[in-house]
Design a protein around this ligand. Structure first.
Ligand code: SAM
Ligand code: SF4
Ligand code: F3S
Length: 441
């Protein structure tokens, strides 16, 4: 039996936050804790929070309510809140006041100082609040603790220098800071030694990678470097900003053997007017041209996107332009959101906010179109033999395996658990909107 004290880290938000949670777990492991999947038996519970939409914050508030009951039963329980939510101006101290049973409130900029903050908070009589300003340089982080498996996240760039008028991320994640290329390469090599076969490079805008570094590093040189890592089969990356997606990058991706043919390029809206008010820095024509160039260079490419409905001032005809763009470009998959006003961002103060009922109605209509397109994209795979990286036994069906195609579509297919980490040739037999069903060949 493992006698170490237990910790549980709960993650809200994007992949970047998931990777940060893995780093928090690395620190906790160094301090002697064992990670467990449930809150109930934990001695330490950390919430790594997100504030990109109100719904993300509501989930955290709900969890804090639950933890209050647990703390009443077990006063020695240590509770911490980290991540983007606490980094918003004034929010850290307000949380400490409203939830006095929380031991630690920290932000995103002091992640590297977690061990010292945590040890202090563990014994302090009152809540320790530390939401520091951004550091001058990118701190060095330990490699995160993963659950195992053959895929891993690797953060290459922190922060965001864009100022999309709806978005809180630049305010809570600070300016763009790239990790040195050799540090990324050595992390990837060490992951591969542990059995990882696919890495996903993370940043709010990976195309900006290297701009702040002293040398000639760029996203293109980074992927060329990772192509040389023996034992690594696939490289993915997310997210790329349409404005900074150069032809050089498309060519670099096309000529790399490992980078997958999946392009996640969030467009947000099909209305030129909304794109301007969102300050995205591209027009509808330029976006369409980008997608056409990607398809010309990488004909099998899968293109996925993010879409927001109900941005302030969005008329029915603006919204229809978004539907029209989806049909025109036939996105393979879309992540769809209702605009959520974020305090301190320009769009939250724009006049002509759209009523919730209208946002819901538009979201429903949008999902109908985007789901139909996803189904169509999946149907195009029927009868084809595709390369699948086996991730392990399917959670829904213990008799079958789960993996992903290079285009990032999940596939369920027959096989044995020992195949995890291997590439398999799978013939796609049937599909639905979300998954492909395959037979081994
Ligand atoms: N950096 C990425 C980019 O520019 O595409 C994405 C960052 S954000 C974590 C992921 C998605 O959340 C965005 O692409 C956008 O669609 C959505 N999002 C961001 N702020 C939002 C808001 N205030 N309301 C609704 N959706 C939002
Ligand atoms: Fe937010 Fe825009 Fe930065 Fe993406 S690029 S994180 S949407 S500000
Ligand atoms: Fe949320 Fe922060 Fe990511 S606000 S989406 S966790 S960068």
């Amino acid at each position: 039996m493992d006698l170490r004290p237990k910790c549980h880290v709960e993650t809200y938000g994007c992949q970047m936050n998931e990777n940060d949670s893995e780093i928090l777990l690395a620190y906790l492991e160094e301090l002697g804790y064992e990670s467990i999947p449930s809150v109930q038996d934990a001695d330490v519970v950390l919430l790594n929070t997100c504030c990109v939409r109100e719904s993300a914050e509501d989930k955290v508030y709900g969890k804090l309510g639950e933890l209050k009951l647990l703390k009443a039963e077990r006063p020695e329980l240590v509770i911490g809140i980290a991540g983007c939510m606490t980094q918003q101006p004034g929010v850290g101290p307000a949380l400490a006041k409203r939830y006095p049973y929380v031991n630690l409130v920290m932000g995103t900029h002091n992640l590297h100082r977690f061990p010292e903050l945590f040890l202090h908070a563990r014994t302090a009589q009152t809540t320790v609040v530390d939401v520091a300003a951004e550091p001058e340089e990118m701190p060095i982080f330990p490699r995160g603790v993963r659950e195992g498996g053959v895929t891993a996240w690797v953060t290459i760039l922190r922060g965001c220098d864009k100022r999309c008028t709806y978005c809180i991320v630049p305010y809570v994640r600070g300016r763009e800071m790239s990790r040195p290329l050799r540090e990324i390469r050595s992390e990837v090599e060490s992951l591969v030694r542990d059995g990882v076969r696919e890495v996903t490079l993370l940043g709010q805008n990976v195309n900006a990678y290297g701009k702040d570094l002293p040398g000639a590093e760029s996203f293109a040189t980074l992927i060329a470097e990772l192509d040389k890592v023996d034992g690594l089969e696939r490289v993915r990356y997310t997210t790329s900003h349409p404005r900074d997606f150069t032809q050089e990058m498309i060519d670099a991706i096309a000529s790399s053997r490992k980078v997958c043919e999946h392009f996640h390029v969030p467009v947000q809206s099909g209305s030129p007017h909304m794109l301007k008010r969102m300050a995205r820095g591209y027009t509808r024509e330029r976006y369409v041209d980008l997608i056409e160039r990607i398809r010309r260079t990488v004909p099998e490419a899968s293109i996925t996107t993010d879409l927001i409905v109900g941005f302030p001032g969005e008329t029915e005809s603006d919204f229809e332009e978004t539907l029209d763009l989806c049909r025109q470009l036939r996105f393979d998959k879309s992540f769809t959101f209702m605009f959520s006003p974020r305090r301190g961002t320009p769009a939250a103060a724009f006049p002509e906010q759209i009523p919730l009922a209208v946002k819901k109605e538009r979201l429903g209509r949008l999902i109908e179109v985007t789901d139909a397109l996803s189904l169509e994209a999946n149907r195009r795979q029927i009868g084809k033999t595709v390369e699948v990286l086996c991730e392990g036994v399917s959670k829904k069906n213990g008799q079958r395996l789960m993996g992903r195609t290079r285009l990032n579509q999940p596939v369920v297919f027959p096989g044995v658990a020992e195949q995890a980490g291997q590439l398999a040739a799978v013939r796609i037999a049937s599909v639905n909107t979300w998954t492909l069903e395959g037979e081994a060949v």
